[in-house]
Design a protein around this ligand. Structure first.
Ligand SMILES: Cc1cc2nc3c(=O)[nH]c(=O)nc-3n(C[C@H](O)[C@H](O)[C@H](O)COP(=O)(O)OP(=O)(O)OC[C@H]3O[C@@H](n4cnc5c(N)ncnc54)[C@H](O)[C@@H]3O)c2cc1C
Length: 365
């Protein structure tokens, strides 16, 4: 039976970032059930490098987003991953929202994001000529990234360190043994077993399903999972957007905001809608809701040029309120060598390198 130090389940940004980091010290395999890496949440997001403004103080999201952002910019420069520190405006379209901006700035400071600045009316017009805003904050450390190239760079790093990425390989179950786990895998139809000392469950929207098949893990450590779809509409026309535009956040997300990709394509979203099953089908009928939300800050929107694009799904652990990343080690569930990552929603892409370092520390304890 083949033996590895660490087996990582899932080749999204999280599994790949952990693989790249752990492979500096260990023999690592990252497995992916699909034919290609990153086909789920890691390729169905806004590709924004978040500053770390909104998350509750001292939460894992706040800490890992702020440190992950710095690492991610450095990684992009070292590995030639396309990115642009484009900056974002957080805008208030009315006086109630303007008051919320004050709180947001204070909160950002609490999270060690000290670079937000107020824009004057003249600056708002210069930064975002057609945007309707009574007040705005500018976040200079917010950026955009090519997430596909980022994942490729992590695979390169993993393989340079003699780690392996194996696609079409599905984790079936794990049993405890004297030196770790005996894991059963379905490798493109062939069932095989492997011995690993550490087992890292980075299966994203499947993390709960994977956890249920790990022998000895009590069900009480497996949180509920709710699928929360976020859809995007793209704008097929010329525009004057130079920075990302975010209205003040709402309960389950950051509101229907405007982002740009590295080609300058303008898109709006994601919205938030709880759905019953893992289904990426889009719903054109949501267009009216998008138009209303966008026109609040961009009255000149030409609705004929707004088209449904794609959807991603957030792995929510609860139906209401803020949730944090849940990263469990033996100190939580008592199983040496097992790490479970649950609810890795936004800012998981931004935080991925910091999450990887955090997981390596947990394994070392
Ligand atoms: C709508 C939306 C917008 C977002 N926008 C941003 C953003 O702008 N900035 C940001 O920082 N974050 C953003 N995020 C969050 C970010 O995309 C996620 O945190 C991140 O992609 C999660 O990566 P992951 O590796 O945990 O999950 P995934 O990318 O889903 O990867 C998990 C992988 O595990 C594999 N897998 C599952 N089960 C098995 C099994 N049994 N065997 C083998 N493989 C298995 C899956 O096939 C999958 O490839 C957004 C998320 C959403 C939903």
């Amino acid at each position: 039976m083949e033996t590895v130090d660490s087996l990582i389940i899932g080749a999204g940004v999280i599994g790949l970032a952990i693989g790249a980091e752990l492979s500096k010290q260990q023999n690592v395999i990252v497995i992916e059930q699909n034919a290609h890496f990153g086909e789920h949440t890691s390729s169905r997001n806004s590709e924004v490098i978040h500053a770390g403004i909104y998350y509750p103080k001292s939460s894992l999201k706040a800490k890992l987003c702020v440190s992950g952002k710095k690492r991610l910019y450095a990684h992009c420069s070292s590995f030639h991953v396309p990115f642009h520190k484009i900056g974002k405006l957080i805008i208030a379209t009315n006086n109630d929202d303007a008051e919320k901006l004050e709180t947001i700035k204070q909160h950002a400071n609490d999270n060690c994001v000290n670079d937000l600045s107020w824009l004057s009316t003249t600056e708002i017009k210069r930064y975002a000529p057609e945007i309707n805003a009574v007040a705005a904050l500018f976040s200079p450390s917010t950026g955009i990234i090519d997430s596909h190239q980022y994942m490729l760079s992590l695979i390169t790093q993993l393989e340079q360190n003699n780690g392996a990425y194996v696609a079409r390989t599905r984790f079936i179950n794990a049993k405890k043994c004297s030196n770790g786990f005996i894991v059963t895998l379905d490798c493109d139809g062939e069932i095989m077993q492997l011995n690993c000392r550490n087992l890292i469950n980075a299966a994203g929207l499947f993390a709960q399903q994977v956890a249920q098949t790990i022998e000895g893990l009590s069900a009480s450590y497996i949180p509920a999972l709710y699928y929360c779809r976020g859809q995007y509409f793209s704008y097929q026309g010329s525009h004057t957007f130079k920075h990302l535009i975010y209205p003040v956040p709402e309960e389950h997300g950051l509101g229907i905001h405007a982002t740009l990709d590295l080609m300058g394509q303008l898109k709006f979203g994601p919205d938030t809608e709880f759905i019953d099953s893992l289904n990426y089908q889009t719903d054109e009928h949501q267009k009216a809701k998008f138009v209303t939300a966008i026109k609040r800050y961009w009255p000149k929107l030409n609705t004929n040029k707004l088209h449904i694009d794609y959807a991603g799904i957030r792995p929510k652990l609860q139906l209401k309120g803020q949730q944090d990343f849940v990263i469990q080690s033996h100190r939580d569930h008592g199983i040496q060598g097992l790490i479970n990552l649950f609810g890795i929603e936004s800012p998981g892409l931004t935080a991925s390198l910091a999450i990887a370092e955090y997981v390596c520390c947990q394994l070392g304890e």
